[in-house]
Design a protein around this ligand. Structure first.
Ligand code: ADP
Ligand code: ASP
Ligand code: MG
Length: 440
């Protein structure tokens, strides 16, 4: 069995949905198709939820109506037969009635998650109507019945596996399954999600749960590139990379993959392929255990980083100091991304600001703290790069007139990270593209 995940742009136009129906029906092995919401839908739903949360129900209503009109237009080109059109219309009516009801009741966090789930529910149901119109046998299987997260928001592959295999067994006559990416049910039984971009994570979790032969991530670009194509002019696709390299790139900002999407595939040894829906014959990127080659593969940037420096003379020759500092971050469940130390100070970075005030208060007894907001981590990723001779000269030689706040080298053999003020991010990515990859 295999998994094919299609992102927002891959399903965002009626002709694209027709096209992916062609791709999934070419398959000879049983397939689970995981779909995102139509491009722009989740952003629109976030805006709707935000307006309802702040009491701007008039604005929320306008946004709901605009989104509904977009779906009406979409189905008018998606399906043609009267029965399919009727069905698609009633799906839209059902989901937009739900959004309009939410407008009238008092807002809660749980309701906002319900709002966000509508995008994937709509895209999969409409795709299913199209497949039905084309007489393509398939089963639409609800992610909310198997994709569960625990009270720490962690998905549990074991229970996903049990539930999913039961559902698949109920459709023993089918070889094509369609389900929603992104959405899940939390420990309280409420509708929840795997965070923005989470459909990749859904696909990898499903692939792990069914022990798939491959997890294909179909998107709008021909694989993982050596740099962020939204920022630098010239980038090239990478043919093969290791799970470790892909995980580092995803975690450190390569938007093509959700930050957590690699570990399930890695743990269950499922190859991941990054493929281009618009150019299905392109090779894309294969992610497996072996890196395929040594040396620098790519750079990526992660935004909205906060750097904290804790300075204390008590750190001098002291042991146990770092443990006490880490305990503060542990208490507030705030992961640390980068860390560097000197004899009298430690600098570290976080990207989750929710408990920053509490963390700073609890760090007070350890020394003086300085906080730099709006930083960016630029990561240089490649197989065993820390053992590649000449890397440091090449890396630092590429950087001209950009202040670097922190450097992290050797933590992982696959990653060297630099911290700089966000205002220098674009320039730094461009300079590295030229210096490390010879691309202008
Ligand atoms: P989808 O909607 O299919 O999930 P995303 O927009 O989430 O697609 O991810 C694909 C986008 O990721 C590409 O269009 C590209 O602009 C961006 N991207 C950022 N960094 C990289 C990279 N290193 N390689 C490829 N794409 C990248
Ligand atoms: N639709 C969700 C989002 O836009 C999930 C995804 O596309 O992966 O974040
Ligand atoms: Mg995505």
């Amino acid at each position: 069995m295999k998994v094919m995940k299609f992102g927002g742009t891959s399903v965002g136009k009626p002709e694209r949905m027709h096209h992916i129906a062609g791709l999934v029906t070419k398959e000879t092995e049983p397939t689970i198709v995981v779909l995102s919401a139509l491009s722009g839908s989740t952003n629109a739903l976030v805006e709707i939820a935000e307006n309802i949360a702040k009491g701007d129900r008039g604005v929320a209503k306008q946004l709901i109506d605009k989104l509904e009109a977009h779906y009406q237009q979409f189905i008018s080109e998606l399906v043609k037969k009267p029965a399919a059109t009727e069905k698609a219309k009633s799906i839209i009516a059902e989901h937009f009635e739900f959004l309009n009801i939410i407008l009238k009741i008092s807002f809660s966090e749980a309701l906002s998650k319900d709002i966000l789930a509508q995008g994937e529910l709509l895209s999969t149901k409409l795709f299913s109507v199209y497949l039905e119109e084309q007489e393509i046998a398939h089963a639409l299987i609800p992610a909310l019945e198997f994709m569960t997260i625990d009270s720490y928001d962690e998905p549990q592959i074991g229970s996903i596996k049990v539930k999913l295999s039961q559902i698949i067994k109920q459709h023993a006559d089918k070889t094509l399954f369609v389900t929603q990416g992104y959405i899940s049910r939390n420990a309280r039984g409420e509708v929840d999600n795997l965070k923005r971009g989470g459909s990749d994570y859904s696909a990898s979790l499903i692939a792990a749960a069914i022990n798939a032969t491959v997890c294909e991530i179909w998107t709008d670009i021909d694989g993982m590139h050596n740099n962020d194509p939204r920022i630098v002019n010239k980038t090239l696709p990478i043919t093969q990379m290791s799970f470790d390299e892909a995980a580092e790139l995803a975690y450190f900002g390569a938007k093509i993959l959700h930050p957590a999407s690699i570990w399930p595939a890695q743990q269950y040894k499922i190859p991941v392929k990054l493929l281009n829906t618009m150019q299905p014959e392109a090779k894309g990127t294969l992610v497996v255990e072996e890196a395929g080659s040594v040396g620098v593969k790519a750079v990526a940037a992660k935004d909205n980083i906060i750097a904290i420096r804790i300075k204390s003379s008590r750190m001098l020759l002291a042991y146990g100091f770092l443990r006490k500092i880490f305990e503060v971050f542990e208490k507030y469940r705030t992961p640390i991304d980068m860390i560097t130390t000197s004899e009298v100070a430690v600098s570290l970075t976080i990207d989750n600001p929710i408990f920053l005030k509490e963390i700073l208060r609890e760090l007070e007894p350890f020394g003086t703290t300085e906080v730099d907001y709006n930083q960016a981590i630029i990561s240089v990723v490649g197989n065993e790069i820390s053992q590649t001779t000449d890397i440091i000269r090449k890396l630092f030689g590429s950087i001209v007139n950009i202040p670097i706040r922190m450097v992290s080298y050797g933590g992982s053999p696959h990653n060297i990270s630099l911290l700089t003020d966000a205002e220098h991010k674009i320039q730094l990515l461009q300079q590295l593209n030229k210096g490390m990859f010879g691309l202008d």
